[in-house]
Design a protein around this ligand. Sequence first.
Ligand code: FE
Length: 347
Amino acid sequence: MRKSTYALAAAGLAALVLGAGAVAQEQAAVNAGEVNVYSYRQPFLIQPMFDAFTRDTGVKVNVVFAKTGLVERLKQEGRNSPADLIFTVDIGRLNDAYEAGVTAPVETAQLTASIPTAFRQGEGHWYGLTQRARIIYASKERVSRDDAPKSYEELADPKWAGRICTRAGNHVYQVALTAAMIAHHGEEKAEAWLRGLKSNLARKPQGNDRAQVKAINEGECDISLGNNYYFGLMLQNEEQFGWAQSVYPVFPKIGNKGTHVNISGMAMTKASPNRDNAVKLMEFLTGDLAQQMYSEQNFEYPVVAGVPQAGLLRSMGDLHPDTLALDRIAALRADAFKLVDKVGYND
Ligand code: FE
C-alpha cells in the first residue's frame, strides 16, 4: 500500500477504534470476558497476536489506538479508566507512562522467568515484548565488509567524513543510543562521540530510518543508522525493495559490549478493571507462540530466550545485544537530549 493510502486507512481505523473505546468503557466493568488495550503501536502490528490470544482463551481484546496522548488520557480518566494495558515502543515512552503514575506493578512467575531483567522494570511496572536492534546499514557498492564500522564509536572516525546519514538526533531512537553511549563511556566521551558523528554527516539530519537507506541507494551517503526491522519491511515493499538491496546490515558493538537494543513493551494500568485477563494477555504475549509471531511478522527479536527467530533475522547475522538495563537508558535520556542540543546535532 502507498504511504498516503496507508495513513488514511490508519486514521480511519483510529477513529473507528476510538469510537469502540467509548463502548468498551461502559462494558468493561460488567464484562468479565474482555481486556482493554491502549496502544501506540499500530493495530496491524499487534492484532494477529491478540487474535491468537482470543482463540486460545475466549477473552476479547478491545484496542484503542492513538499516535499520541494516551498517557494524558489515562491521567484524565483516573480511576474510571477502562484501560487495562498500555502498549508502546521505546523505553522512553514506557518510562514516561511509569513516571506519570498511571501504571501498576505486576509480578508473576512466568513473566519474571521469561523476560530478562534488563528488559523489565524492577517492580514490574513495564515489561519488554520485543527487542529492536539499532544497526548500521552500509552501502554494498562503496563500503567493503572489512572497512565497515564494527562499533558505534567508529562512526565518529574522520574517515567517514561526509559519508553518514542519520535521522534527527532528538528522535527517541537516536536519544536512546546517545543515552547508552553516556552509560558506557560517561558524558564527556559521549559528547565527543556525538560531535564526531555530527561532523561526519553527509547532510542535515532528516527523514526516518528508511529515508537514510534510500539516501544510500541514491549515492548521498555510504553508511546509516536504522532499526533492524526496517530491513525486512523494505524488502516487502515494492518501492523500497531496491533501497534494501543497496545495503547490508552490520551489528555494531557499543564499547566492548553488544549491539544497542531498544524494546517494544507493555504496562498494566493502575486503574485496570480486568486485571486477571490483562495478566493472562501479558503472559500469553511472552509465551513462545506470540514471541515467534512477533519475530515472523514484524522482524523484531523475541525477548524470551530460545524462541526461534524469523528466517530473515537469522540471515541478517547474529544479534548479540548489549545487556545494559534499559532503565539505565531511561534515566539518562534527559542528559542525552541536552547533548543533542549542545552539539547542535540537527543544525
Ligand atoms: Fe520504528
